[in-house]
Design a protein around this ligand. Structure first.
Ligand SMILES: [Zn+2]
Length: 137
């Protein structure tokens, strides 16, 4: 329990700053995705919040549509919570290996989905009014 309190204390400032930045970006640009703001294209993480909200509604089909990698991320998160807070171990090498693997899988899934579904199905749609489009005018 002590470790969990320490971890929450250490990540809280970063999470609060990220939430503040995301809120400001959403108010100004209508999205907090830097890639979408800059290029109008979705990034590999686009749809994650909608995926989590679908999971909370137990709509598994929609959860998988918006972010197919979410179950893998949740499994890794639960696994590392078990290792850190129950087994009381720090497995940094395994942690970074799994994070790298999840990023690689996310990029592969993103490329596949962009080839098959872009630009007609959210979250894989083009966003007009992005910064590059405005610079080109
Ligand atoms: Zn994005």
């Amino acid at each position: 329990m002590e470790q969990l309190k320490k971890d929450i204390k250490s990540i809280f400032p970063g999470l609060a700053a990220a939430a503040a930045v995301c809120t400001v970006l959403t108010l100004v640009f209508g999205t907090c995705c830097p890639m979408r703001i800059l290029t109008g294209l979705p990034c590999p993480a686009c749809g994650t919040l909608r995926s989590i909200l679908a999971l909370l509604r137990l709509d598994i089909g929609e959860m998988l549509w918006y972010q197919p990698v979410l179950p893998l991320v949740l499994a890794a998160f639960l696994f590392f919570c078990y290792i850190r807070y129950y087994k009381k171990q720090s497995r940094k090498k395994l942690f970074y290996t799994m994070i790298s693997l999840i990023i690689l899988i996310s990029c592969a899934v993103y490329v596949y989905r962009m080839r098959v579904y872009y630009p007609n199905r959210p979250p894989l749609e083009y966003t007009h009014g992005n910064l590059l489009e405005n610079i080109g005018r």
